[in-house]
Design a protein around this ligand. Structure first.
Ligand code: GLA
Length: 694
């Protein structure tokens, strides 16, 4: 730790009057090294074409019970349900090879489904439900195992694409002859309905926030064939759009079911459209491998295999291998407990409070589940609401906090009031947590320690910076006051938004509050549950928030526009007001320009250099102070086969995507009796539940 005893030096750096910084200011350093913690299991790296291709096979197979539906005249034969050239997984890339049909993967989740209208913004409760239901044009989860030299999104519903010579257009060829789970053809109209009436409709924000900017400002899309769509860009060859075509920003919904309810085609309001497919609406048509067939509030969502699923293995077996999926509606902590105990099958061990117990049990010989730690990609930051022009409609108190949030001295004060060692240890002791300054994660491809500015913990320095931001304890009650001309010199009072559904989020928020109080800032906690918390966050109704970071800070190439305020609604903690105006500070504009340059370039070296600048400006300006980063572990019941080695719980996407669930199976001798609706298939959309062949 370097000390700058002369306030003048620091003041000069920060552009404030030397008099304002009288106490000792502790200056920035590079981040302290993280404790060594090796990931368990290395991916087997391959090229994308080694994983699957699209081609016709001589014949296809399906589970016997599905053949009974065909024989009863309830379903066309399997070769007619499949596209002429289905997506064919290569068994050479499957850890345990060609699988067997049967059994269930029992998930436990802490979220709750709002309904099935994913593209209109409804959450399905996370934990892998939406990842499994909604197939997207491209796919990125499995990229953790792709050779760096071949790193680009995997084809999926988009089977191929071609750039025009000048790079201003991208022709996307969709898979031909694939069908929704009710047998309706999937085609360019589904993609266009998503684009025209969701991405481009300002009244709708799809679940993962896709807007036109996600695909580059000014980008347009048109249908150029029954199975072809063409993007036109305003810059040449913006390759990031291939990532924007993946989960969760280009996953079309069933237009044949949705369109009649959309306000552009009906008398419905937007709210009515969003809510037109409540969780009780069963057999919602999907392109994913399983279809919801049962829903019991606060209890369970059950899904049965999609008889029209358009992927097979290279022996011609229609996927998925697993007949059923369960999502127990419980808590996220219960997911860990049940996976370790064997009453659940899967968990992303991500709440560090549960690590010691989970590790202990999993190490026992008779443990039902395997547990493997991956890289340190679970990380939390504290985000200031940077808007001072009305986003979130703050009252006078809130507005005063927004103004403070925009003051670098205030943000440095906040970051220096955080004792990250103590915060990490409050979650778990041991070599897990690292001090995380914010921005890109250590150990990831674009991270550069020398470009990372770390403001060490120092209460004295924090107070000096708060003082420089105009905050002093004028009434001697131990809490800092605004200057006399702001709110009559009242105590500074902030609110902190956090997710009530995770113990880790609560613990971190409570830690932050205690540490802020030590530095003289009073913070009240606004703990909200899943969908309510998302709504508060997305509409800017908070002063600061504790947030578990998303994939852009790990991969850079995924969700790139979200790294900065590149558009009115791209950066989580600074969105435009109702008039569409974004009041960016100069450094924020610089970051947005850098990110736009990253999006525009195809030169890997240039991208690396730009991201170093990004990281420096981001961390120097404390855009979002990091709290902690630690490794997550994948827990999967030992009976499952084809789990790719080294699958991280989070990288380009969550493990529910990374492990490629449609090709996961349970060997016949290990199969258990968990099917709740054996022998059934999804019924007609909106019907009562699964149906039998008899
Ligand atoms: C939640 C869970 C994650 C993961 C995702 C999938 O956020 O906390 O572990 O399951 O859902 O969307």
């Amino acid at each position: 730790m370097r000390h700058y005893p002369r306030a003048a030096t620091a003041a000069l750096l920060l552009g404030v009057s030397p008099l304002a910084l009288q106490a000792e200011v502790v200056g920035p350093t590079t981040p302290p090294p993280a404790p060594v913690f090796d990931a368990q299991g290395e991916p087997v790296f391959v090229d994308r074409a080694d994983i699957f291709t699209y081609r016709a096979l001589d014949s296809y197979n399906e589970p016997d019970f599905v053949t009974a539906f065909v024989e009863a005249g309830l379903l066309p034969p399997v070769e007619e349900r499949l596209p002429a050239e289905p997506l064919v997984y290569s068994s050479a890339n499957m850890t345990d090879g060609v699988g067997t049909y049967g059994d269930v993967m029992r998930h436990v989740i802490g979220g709750r489904p709002e309904g099935w209208n994913y593209i209109a913004g409804q959450s399905q409760g996370w934990g892998g439900i939406d990842i499994g239901l909604s197939e997207c044009l491209t796919r990125t989860g499995p990229l953790f195992m792709v050779n760096p030299g071949d790193l680009a999104p995997l084809p999926n519903l988009a089977r191929s694409w071609e750039w025009s010579e000048d790079g201003m257009q991208l022709v996307v060829n969709l898979i031909e002859g694939a069908k929704w789970s009710d047998g309706d053809p999937f085609d360019a109209d589904d993609a266009m309905f998503y684009w025209d009436h969701h991405v481009m409709d300002p009244e709708i924000t799809p679940l993962n926030g896709a807007t036109q900017e996600t695909f580059g400002a000014g980008t347009t899309l048109e249908k150029t064939g029954d199975y072809q769509i063409t993007f036109t860009f305003t810059t040449a060859r913006p390759e990031g759009v291939l990532y924007a075509m993946a989960y969760g920003t280009f996953c079309p919904g069933p237009s044949h079911i949705l369109q009649p309810e959309h306000p552009a085609f009906s008398d419905n309001t937007y709210e009515e459209y969003r809510n037109a497919f409540p969780p009780e609406y069963l057999s919602m048509p999907v392109m994913g491998a399983w279809v919801p067939v049962e829903y019991r509030a606060d209890d369970i969502v059950v899904m049965r295999r999609n008889p029209y699923y358009w992927k097979v293995d290279d022996a011609g077996n229609q996927l998925p291998y697993l007949n059923e999926m369960h999502y127990r509606l419980s808590t996220w902590a219960d997911r860990d407990v049940q996976a370790v105990a064997g009453t659940g099958d899967f968990s992303n061990l991500e709440q560090a409070e549960n690590y010691v117990e989970a590790l202990r049990r999993s190490a026992e010989d008779d443990a039902p589940a395997r547990l493997a730690f991956g890289p340190r990609t679970i990380g939390y930051s504290l985000y200031p609401n940077m808007s001072a022009n009305g986003w979130g409609e703050p009252d006078a108190r809130g507005q005063a906090i927004r103004e403070l949030n925009r003051d670098l001295n205030f943000r440095i004060g906040v970051t220096q009031a955080l004792d990250r060692v103590r915060l990490g240890e409050s979650l778990v002791r041991g070599p897990f947590t690292a001090q995380y300054p914010g921005g890109l994660y250590a150990g990831t491809a674009y991270y550069d320690a020398d470009s990372t500015v770390f403001y060490p913990y120092s209460l004295e320095s924090a107070r000096a910076h708060f003082e420089a931001a105009g905050l002093t304890d004028t009434d001697g009650n131990g809490f800092l006051n605004h200057p006399a001309d702001v709110l009559g010199g009242a105590d500074v009072q902030m609110t902190l938004l956090a997710n009530a559904d995770y113990q880790t989020d609560r613990n971190l928020a409570e830690g932050v509050i205690a540490m802020m109080e030590e530095a003289g800032i009073r913070v009240s906690l606004n703990l909200l549950s899943g969908n309510d918390r998302d709504a508060a966050m997305n509409s800017g109704r908070y002063d600061w928030m504790v947030f578990r970071n998303a994939s852009e800070l790990i991969t850079v190439v995924q969700n790139t526009p979200q790294l900065a305020a590149t558009g009115p609604r791209t950066l989580r903690h600074h969105m435009a007001n109702d008039a569409g105006e974004l009041d960016l500070l100069p450094f924020e504009q610089e970051l947005a320009d850098i990110v736009n340059a990253v999006i525009a370039t195809n030169d890997a070296g240039e991208r690396t250099e730009l991201m170093k600048q990004f990281q420096r400006i981001y961390t120097e300006n404390v855009y979002g102070p990091g709290l902690t980063a630690y490794p997550g572990a994948l827990i999967i019941n030992k009976r499952f086969a084809n789990i790719p080695p080294g699958a991280p719980i989070f990288m380009f996407n969550w493990a529910e995507d990374n492990i490629i669930r449609e090709r996961v199976f349970v060997p016949a001798e290990a199969q258990q009796d968990h099917e709740l609706h054996p022998g059934t298939l999804p019924g007609a959309p909106g019907s009562d539940g699964p149906i039998t062949a008899g």
